[in-house]
Design a protein around this ligand. Structure first.
Ligand code: F6R
Length: 248
């Protein structure tokens, strides 16, 4: 696991966007594992601009997202489908809707939808690059603490910490869905290359726990220690705190 301090969100986002750009230039049918959340907003803004500037044909690029809220339709303004369209897919004309995968949060049978999603991931093959944010409780995707390292795509219950963190996007905390369909930890680990990004004070504890190195289901992100190709991109604020407390 390589830990890289890229100073701030802007430089970190530029790095990840550039790595994705290079990937789709070198492999026009690249498979990208995508995430949502605040961390990714600047990544997608930069990526969308770079893709346009380079006039990249994205029609053969395949993307799949980590998760979607249960109960929200693809049109709901807080669905991750709407987020992806707003931040990335609407900005380039050549994305091919047939190659864009997100779980369907309002599928009539969400267990079946989860199974089919995992099946589709298997058919598509492993991601060339999987990008990840991290929850304050160490979740990746919506694999909350004590998720099995063997887990695959399934319906998960969100913890109060995650519901609280995500309530900033909803009018009332009661409106935050209590469940999501999330790729599992073993599904995420299939990626060839993983880049995890964390910026700002509220991610310090999760990154500290991750870098302390104990591999435990109590900290879902710690499974990444078992992966051969992981970069953890942090900013100066996190880096300095890790130096000060002796983690690094
Ligand atoms: C989102 C996802 C989550 C987020 C994490 C961090 O698709 O899977 O794991 O990456 O909750 O969210 P932000 O970036 O909003 O702090």
């Amino acid at each position: 696991m390589n830990v890289i301090n890229l100073k701030n969100r802007t430089v970190g986002s530029q790095y990840v966007a550039t790595e994705i750009l290079k990937q789709v230039i070198s492999k026009p049918n690249a498979v990208l594992g995508l995430a949502t959340g605040n961390t990714m907003i600047e990544v997608y803004k930069t990526l969308a601009a770079l893709l346009n500037v380079n006039q990249i044909d994205l029609s053969n690029v395949v993307t799949f997202n980590l998760d979607e809220y249960v109960g929200l339709s693809a049109e709901h303004n807080q669905s991750y489908r709407v987020y992806m369209n707003a931040h990335l897919f609407n900005h380039n004309q050549t994305w091919n809707n047939k190659n864009i995968y997100l779980p369907v949060g309002d599928a009539p049978n969400i267990e079946l939808e989860s199974e089919l999603y995992e099946q589709r991931l298997g058919e598509i093959g492993s991601a060339d690059i999987q990008i990840l944010g991290i929850g304050e409780n160490g979740h990746i995707g919506f694999n909350e603490p004590y998720s099995s390292f063997e887990s695959v795509t399934r319906v998960v219950d969100l913890t109060p910490s995650t519901i609280n963190a995500n309530s900033q996007h909803f009018e009332n905390i009661e409106d935050v869905p209590k469940q999501a369909i999330s790729m599992g930890l073993s599904s995420i680990m299939k990626a060839k290359r993983i880049i995890l990004l964390a910026f700002g004070k509220n991610k310090q504890q999760a990154i500290k726990a991750l870098l302390e190195g104990e591999v435990s289901e109590a900290l879902p992100a710690s499974i990444l220690h078992k992966h051969p190709n992981v970069e953890v991109i942090i900013d100066d604020e996190i880096f300095t705190s890790l130096i000060e407390d002796g983690t690094l």
